[in-house]
Write a protein that binds this ligand. Structure first.
Ligand SMILES: Nc1ncnc2c1ncn2[C@@H]1O[C@H](COP(=O)(O)OP(=O)(O)OP(=O)(O)O)[C@@H](O)[C@H]1O
Ligand SMILES: [Mg+2]
Ligand SMILES: [Zn+2]
Length: 399
């Protein structure tokens, strides 16, 4: 049997399996129940959150014989049955009632004309022909205009689903003729749950911390999470009789900088300890981590303190419990205004570093400057004395 990547193997086949997009799936199911299916839809949102998947399930549902013929099933289940001839054609990828059109590579007026020609013909079997137009924001203005008329007076059998990661690039003339659904970034918990199910089905024994690492790296995209999992399996599973995946392996593969390093930075600031700061900078540079990426994560680290400070809760922090507790314990060391100043400095540095050549040297300086925010006359900024006072522990003054 040929190997199928996880993202395809576990693509949801019905509405209920599409995670975290209930606002969309429930609304669509409702319109199916009421027999009020529209002709134009826009599915927008981040990459890999279920737009194409939902469009395919929708296309399958409007053509499912059971849904069409059995009113009780339609009302109570409202899912493609997966068993009728139409559903089977869809699942085998042989249905003629769905056309996927990639606007990124077919974006000329001629391409649209061809599509328009095609739209005139109704389905031979089933009820609707569904046209999924992916990356629709890539269409030229002329191509959009060529499409308008079709969208204004669509044949009764046609449903258009425009998918895009960039909603703002779709002309208002098109958008106002469609029902719009915004697909959300998938919460870490949901990604982890899905990964856990897949690992179960694949007979993999993965440490919970490791799953969370994968989930975080995916930044809200289920497809990314699944592709990373593919990569992790290839990297970490060496023998078929030991299908376990440990945190360390995943951290190594993802070139993951442990949370400890970021706490070292805030410790160095709180303790006015430039030596510690130099050590962190060295660690990042020597291990070949990307400095920009480090600054990005450091900003997130500081943001986590702000979360604790302002919400008095770690609910919005995506980390394992012990790390959350550490945020809780250490937040009171800095005032929110000091944290904001540190964040500002880092944001500024991110911009500036892009254009620098003495990259690593600048990177060290940026980290040292953080200490200066809290200790304006402390060791880091006191020329000649840097390093001397490294053992000194000063409390941070709260203002
Ligand atoms: N909400 C979701 N629930 C479950 N699985 C999902 C979800 N979103 C994405 N996936 C998984 O990710 C894969 C890719 O999803 P899909 O093709 O629907 O993404 P997309 O939003 O169309 O992305 P793109 O903008 O890159 O086209 C699916 O095959 C599925 O395995
Ligand atoms: Mg897609
Ligand atoms: Zn069916």
């Amino acid at each position: 049997m040929s190997y199928q990547v996880i993202a395809r193997k576990y693509r949801p086949r019905k509405f209920a399996d599409i995670t975290a997009q209930e606002h969309t799936t429930l609304t669509i199911q409702n319109s199916l129940r009421l027999g009020r299916v529209g002709h134009g839809y826009i599915f927008s949102g981040l990459r890999g959150v279920g737009k194409t998947t939902a469009a395919r399930v929708f296309a399958k549902a409007v053509n499912c014989s059971r849904m069409i013929e059995d009113p009780v099933y339609l009302k109570e289940v409202t899912e493609p049955c997966g068993e009728c001839e139409s559903c089977r054609d869809f699942e085998a990828g042989t249905s003629l009632n769905i056309s996927e059109f990639d606007a990124a590579s077919n974006n000329s007026v001629d391409d649209i004309r061809l599509l328009r020609e095609n739209v005139r013909y109704g389905p031979q079997k089933g009820r609707y022909r569904v046209y999924i137009i992916d990356e629709v924001h890539m269409l030229s203005t002329a191509a959009f205009n060529a499409f308008l008329k079709t969208l204004e007076e669509p044949p009764a059998h046609a449903i258009f689903i425009f998918a895009t990661t960039e909603l703002h690039k779709i002309p208002a003339t098109i958008a106002s003729r469609c029902q719009r659904f915004n697909f959300k970034r998938i919460p870490l918990d949901d990604i982890e749950k899905q990964l856990r199910n897949i690992c179960g089905a694949e007979d993999l024994d993965v440490e919970s911390d490791a799953l969370q690492l994968i989930g975080r790296k995916a930044q809200g995209s289920m497809r990314d999470a699944q592709s990373i999992l593919d990569q992790v399996i290839a990297f970490a599973v060496e023998r078929d009789d030991d299908r376990s995946i440990h945190y360390d392996k995943v951290a190594e593969l993802l070139n993951y900088i442990d949370d400890d390093q970021f706490f070292e930075v805030t410790d160095a600031v709180a303790d006015d300890n430039p030596k510690k700061m130099f050590d962190v900078a060295r660690f990042v540079i020597d291990n070949g981590y990307d400095e920009q990426d480090f600054l990005e994560k450091l900003i997130e680290h500081l943001r986590n303190f702000l979360v604790v400070y302002n919400l008095r809760s770690t609910r919005l922090i995506e980390r394992p419990e012990p790390v959350k507790e550490r945020y809780q314990r250490e937040a009171a060391r800095f005032t929110p205004s000091i944290i904001m100043q540190m964040i500002d400095l880092l944001l500024q540095a991110q911009k500036e570093l892009k254009f620098q050549f003495e990259y690593q040297f600048r990177f060290e300086l940026v980290l040292l400057k953080l200490i200066g925010i809290v200790h304006p006359s402390g060791s880091a900024t006191n020329a000649g004395r840097a390093g001397e006072d490294t053992e000194k522990k000063k409390p941070v003054v709260q203002s």
